[in-house]
Design a protein around this ligand. Sequence first.
Ligand SMILES: [Zn+2]
Ligand SMILES: [Zn+2]
Length: 166
Amino acid sequence: MAEEEKFVRRVRLEKYLEDYRFTDSSRIRRKDGKAYLPAVYCHNGHNLMVRAVTFDGLPAIHVRGLVGGEGGPAEDFYLSPIINDARKEGPDLPPGTRLQLVCPICEEPLRTLVPCTCRVGAYRRALYLTPRPDDLGTVGLCEIFGCPQSFVSDDGELVFEVVAEK
Ligand SMILES: [Zn+2]
Ligand SMILES: [Zn+2]
């Protein structure tokens, strides 16, 4: 249980780019004082936004997770597009469950970005802010269920990072 409790500790939001220009067409936008992602894509350019699930009126991000890793049962998750908002819809798994995150459309595993500090061997997986990964607008999502650690970069620069305090 001690291992699981790590995931419910305090979370803080780091803002690295204070002068990020939020506009009606920026890749990260702002609504009611909160930053959110208007669109995210897999590495093959599939749009993962769905309107069937919304958070504060905003379309959710649809990702699929193979429970336990490659070959495990597939479950669908709908994540809030709001930065530092842990809300999601989908099965409630034990915190710490490893997921192989895949695109629900092409079913390819999301690309590996950087390790996550939540546990040895855990990685942040990549979603993109445009249909072209080369545009360097990236979302890093931890593959461990319940881990809140994520980040968003635009034009190759880190803009936001959600960090769990140990
Ligand atoms: Zn895809
Ligand atoms: Zn993690």
